[in-house]
Design a binder for this molecule. Sequence first.
Ligand SMILES: Cc1cc2nc3c(=O)[nH]c(=O)nc-3n(C[C@H](O)[C@H](O)[C@H](O)COP(=O)(O)O)c2cc1C
Length: 195
Amino acid sequence: MSKPIDAIYNRVSTRAFLKKEIPEEIIYEILKAGTQAPSSGNMQPWEFIVVSDEERKEKVVSATFSGFYSEWAPHQKWIGLAPKIIIICINTKRTKSRYAELGDKWTLIDTANAVQNMILTATEYGIGSCWVGGIKEKLIKRFFNIPSYVNPIGLLPIGYPKENVSYKYKMDPKWITHADEYNNAYYLDTKISNE
Ligand SMILES: Cc1cc2nc3c(=O)[nH]c(=O)nc-3n(C[C@H](O)[C@H](O)[C@H](O)COP(=O)(O)O)c2cc1C
């Protein structure tokens, strides 16, 4: 059986980039793919800041941390070498006016949907990317003049991959799928599985 969407299987987090600009038409296609995602009440809470300027990229890097969070955790310098860094933001205003406190959770889910669309579209164009969650939100807000009702939730550095990255092990569905109730194996017949 052929794979339904190649990009799902070809995608890998990319952390080293060529010094090669991405055409603006492709940037637009990536952003547009994000905007096609499902969202609670179709409130489309995502907003993006595309950072190209070198000094501003350094600002982004200075607001990152790697490993476990601590004030002294090192910055993720590799991000600064991406030709574009997209700051992923959620604007909770519309969703919260409709769904009150549920909006906090749902805007995150909505925006994760959008980012996955963007990542897969980038993959289709041969562009690598990586979700980056290690950000100091307050600093990003200050550096990029982000208003109080908008929150940065991560970064998506994008660029043409510099090297081949090895694929990470992914658990087979048989390990995480339950039949009718929790802890009832859905896949008893191991012939279906790839493992
Ligand atoms: C919400 C989220 C936050 C992440 N944060 C970081 C990060 O701060 N730095 C980083 O290098 N990778 C980060 N990653 C990428 C993961 O490390 C990566 O997706 C995981 O190791 C699986 O590898 P793969 O994407 O190549 O399949 C993050 C991924 C997600 C979904």
